[in-house]
Design a protein around this ligand. Structure first.
Ligand code: K7E
Ligand code: CUA
Ligand code: CA
Length: 642
């Protein structure tokens, strides 16, 4: 079935034996990973596709090779994975433009070293960072009228259950919140409008799926059967946790409806198993739907409890408490075997769950789920309007705005393009409805996929990016740790065309791609944004209060306002630096040898660090960021006295 676009929906015989991934197929998955050592690519062994796009791509105008000086037409926001940051890419070139540190210290910016960034990241009572590792998976941006509005993006940290907000005017992280009583915070998605107030046609909530069940509260070792997880709602502005929902099973990815009424999460562990064998013991799991308006009414009416020391209201979304559709806060639609990924189609009608251990995609019609909540539809599972076979190991789905879905097939190392309406017709009994439109081999084992503007009403079907977990033979070998392979595909025609490979440092997971004019980045800060700004070089100096010393300084190329400053060994020194250069791109750095200090100040930015003055001596503090012809001369002396 490799790249066999003739395989259509009615070709069921080819699929029969592959209906469900059972233990044997899971062994295949393991073999797939092991096959990396072989010459043969893993799993279903796709043959290497041509690395260069065919002429068709160029004819369509989708060329990833920009001329020198030419700008990209799209931004991509990429999750950084283990590096705990968000990466900003230009597309279609795939050039990495910026890394925005969030959860993990960063040596360029001084993130995790300046007092301002430490306050955002969170510190222990002794002033040290609370965490220095992160694991980001999913990033999504704020909406207005169903399209991105360029205000914010959010990103998750799975390890420590933190959510970070990125301001899309300065491309910086400005707030981080830790979700109480959650382990393995995975899926994240902002709402697209308020479910009740039509005037609020933009994002005001961000939903967060808790993946791992734990004892609630998490004290002592209890029977794993009693573990539960929480679905959390974070206020988009204050970043406080508004409420949580206690659920059976788990949450994984999250999607939201365009009318603001529903959020959903795929559940792969409805078994609430503590071992993988248990987690895959049932043939079907679920997609859980949250009725946002009802949950907020319940919170308002005081129908909640709290857990442990957390003050966050927790409503009961478990099966037992939600049997009556007319009052239910949650609904569980049955979805085959350990689904991964839930995505909202840009026509606003459907959520699509990928089967992972089932070779199927399930299409759920949102209007029908709402009918169940209203009490006019008895059988909730009749909201499934298609459940069609698409290939092995389906994970994530993107859209082109022309009625087609593009799903990654991890085991088959393919993207399958399928038509949603045709799949619905096929499911309804029209066995002539050919829903598989095209298949494209990718290199290799794809996870996330997204199209330009895919998860908005403005899906434009131009570029598709796919995050391949394995790169194997696609790049020069660099030892055992391979780069991952992010591929750019032209999705504008009937057939998908591979345009380019890009090596990336692991492991990005998810990303979004949007038109460049949707954000209005600022390139110079406002002095008034910083309460401790030193607005005039004349305010510079050393100010002592016992053992606590404040050093105030400004930078203006090619000099710092203080050419030297004196402190005493053991002083607790807080150094505040304002960059008074207001020219775009004129960034200065500040490093102090042997004191673990290095940070930057962008135009009109103020940053501060606090450190203990070390052994007596002379320490040349120097500018670390090339700023001026006299950059090397841009220094000041810290003289530490006995
Ligand atoms: Cu979004 Cu990688 Cu966390 Cu799928 S998960 S691949
Ligand atoms: Cu200032 Cu280099
Ligand atoms: Ca399961």
């Amino acid at each position: 079935m490799k790249n066999d676009s003739t395989l259509s929906g009615n070709d069921t015989t080819a699929w029969g034996r592959r209906r469900f991934l059972n233990t044997a197929a899971l062994t295949g998955l393991t073999l797939g990973a092991a096959a990396c050592t072989d010459k043969q690519p893993a799993a279903s062994g796709p043959t290497a596709a041509p690395a260069v796009a065919s002429n068709a791509a160029h004819a369509s105008g989708n060329d990833t090779h920009l001329k020198p000086g030419e700008l990209d037409t799209y931004y991509g926001l990429w999750s950084g994975g283990h590096t705990g940051d968000m990466r900003v890419l230009g597309l279609p070139s795939g050039r990495e433009l910026l890394r925005i540190p969030c959860f993990v210290p960063d040596a360029l910016v001084g993130w995790g070293h300046t007092n301002e960034s430490k306050a955002i990241m969170g510190t222990k009572p002794n002033g040290a960072l609370r965490y220095t590792v992160g694991d980001t998976h999913h990033t999504h941006a704020s909406y207005k009228d169903g399209n991105y509005d360029g205000r914010y993006a959010w990103i998750n940290d799975k390890i420590n259950s933190r959510i970070a907000r990125i301001r899309l005017d300065y491309f910086i992280c400005d707030k981080i919140t830790q979700l109480p009583n959650v382990q393995g915070f995975h899926g994240i998605f902002p709402d697209k409008r308020d479910p009740v107030d039509p005037a609020i046609n933009y994002t005001t909530r961000v939903f967060c799926g808790g993946e791992f069940g734990i004892p609630l509260p998490n004290a002592g070792i209890e029977d794993a059967d009693t573990y539960r997880s929480l679905f959390s709602c974070v206020d988009a502005e204050t970043m406080e946790v508004r409420w949580q929902v206690l659920i059976d099973g788990n949450c994984d990815l999250v999607a939201t409806s365009y009318d603001g009424k529903l959020a959903a999460s795929n559940q792969y562990n409805t078994e609430m198993g503590a071992k993988y064998e248990d987690m895959m013991s049932a043939e079907r799991d679920a997609c859980i739907f949250f009725n946002i308006a009802r949950i907020e009414e319940a919170v308002k009416a005081g129908k909640f409890k709290t857990i442990g020391s957390s003050k966050v209201p927790v409503v009961d979304g478990t099966h037992a408490a939600n049997k009556d559709p007319k009052t239910a806060l949650t609904a569980h639609v049955s979805v085959p075997k350990n689904p991964h990924g839930v995505n909202a189609s840009p026509d606003q009608k459907y959520f699509i769950c990928a089967g992972k251990l089932s070779p199927t995609a399930t299409v759920i019609e949102l209007a029908k789920v709402l009918e169940w909540f209203d009490g006019t539809r008895e059988d909730l599972d009749s909201s499934i309007v298609a459940e069609v076979e698409i290939g092995l190991g389906p994970l994530h789905t993107a859209f082109d705005g022309r009625g087609n879905a593009y799903t990654t097939l991890f085991l088959d190392s393919q993207i399958v393009k399928w038509n949603v309406d045709a799949a619905i017709k096929f499911h309804a009994g029209d066995k002539n409805a050919k829903y598989v439109v095209d298949r494209l081999d990718v290199q290799y084992q794809p996870g996330h996929i997204n199209g330009s503007q895919s998860e908005t009403v403005a899906a434009d079907g131009k570029y598709l990016a796919v995050g391949c977990k394995f790169s194997k033979d696609r790049f020069l070998p660099v030892g055992p740790l391979h780069a991952e392979n992010e591929q750019i595909i032209d999705m504008s025609g009937e057939k998908m065309v591979l345009l380019a490979d890009h090596p990336v440092r692991g492991e990005p997971h998810d990303f979004i791609i949007f038109k460049r004019d949707l954000v209005k980045p600022k390139q110079v800060y406002d002095l008034d944004d910083f309460p401790n700004a030193i607005k005039d070089p004349k305010e510079s100096g050393v100010f002592r209060n016992g053992k606590k010393v404040t050093v105030k300084m400004t930078s203006q190329a090619p000099a710092f306002s203080l050419r030297e400053f004196k402190v005493k060994k053991g002083d607790e020194v807080t150094l505040i630096l304002t960059n008074l250069d207001k020219i775009e791109d004129l960034t200065h750095g500040f490093a102090i040898p042997n004191h673990d200090v290095n940070f930057i100040v962008n135009p009109l930015e103020t940053a501060s660090v606090t450190f203990t003055a070390g052994e007596p001596g002379v320490y040349w503090c120097y500018c670390t960021h090339f700023c001026h012809a006299l950059h090397l001369e841009m220094r000041t002396r810290m003289i530490v006295e006995a």
